[in-house]
Design a protein around this ligand. Sequence first.
Ligand code: GLY
Length: 348
Amino acid sequence: MSQKIILSKSINEEVAALCTAEYDKIFVLTDETTRSLCRNLLSDCEPLKTATDITIGATDTCKTIDTLADVWRALGNGGASRHSLLVCLGGGMVTDLGGFAASTFKRGIKFINIPTTLLAMVDAAVGGKTGINFNGLKNEIGVFNESMAVVIDTDFLRTLDDANLRSGYAEMLKHSFLQDEAMWAEHLAFDLDNPDYAHLQTMVAESIGVKSRIVTEDPHEKGLRKSLNLGHTVGHAFESLALEENRPVLHGYAVAWGLACELYLSVVLRNFPQDKMRQTVDFIRQTYGQFNFTCDHYDRLYNFMCHDKKNVGGVINFTLLSDVGQISLDNHATKAQLFEMFDFLREG
Ligand code: GLY
């Protein structure tokens, strides 16, 4: 991975050091929320004092081709050249869309990510996936292209609301499963009701380390990177169902419920230890509550999984585990097993 990960101690100095004289113009992309809550944290960054700000609407509903066109237009009207720099300051929507805008404007300009949510710090901003939603499908259009650097400042997390903190934490829990037993145990023991931010900071660094290691080995998701989909095949189905029924859930909550389901499948298909599955499912239930669904939803959820873009030849593809840190790619389950899995999640 050529992307530089900077664990920030003094964000204004670190960002200033990245904004070198090789760039003829600097643009800062924010959404309405990060413009008001986070932009001023960079007010002492000298090169950004003369930067051009571009602000887009917040939330995933703005991750569209129209917003992308607005960003391209703002870059063009602001005099951006191929030697300009885009600084993406925000959550995953801003880093994904901004990264895609930068990757395509004049065939590509450099960009840096400054993620402001836990989800973006440990996942979206790292690893080079960029894109927008299209035709009703999430992240349907995009390219793999890494930002020049990712600047992680966990001070942003102090202003993050509880639900978004928990949402990002689900991806950290997932990373711990891909690493080892010590990291997994540390994640089950962390108290999200009274977060110790200093401890969280070291855990964020470890979590990014896991993702970086995997992405370095397999940047284009031919093999090992598929392990980052743990919890996501089922999680995306919950997310899509909730969205369709106009009761959206945060991504990480859906991933956590999906993780509980895929651990159940891991027990059934890969002999994953039952006690570790049970401990994790209890943690997930305490931390994320329950996804509200009945057996009338099973066919719909199954259909969503059948349309997952990671499937090959229409067969649903699962990343499972035979133990913590023991990854098993490309598993398949029968429809009956999947329906039993849904029963398991509802009944515990
Ligand atoms: N969010 C999973 C990945 O970056 O591959």
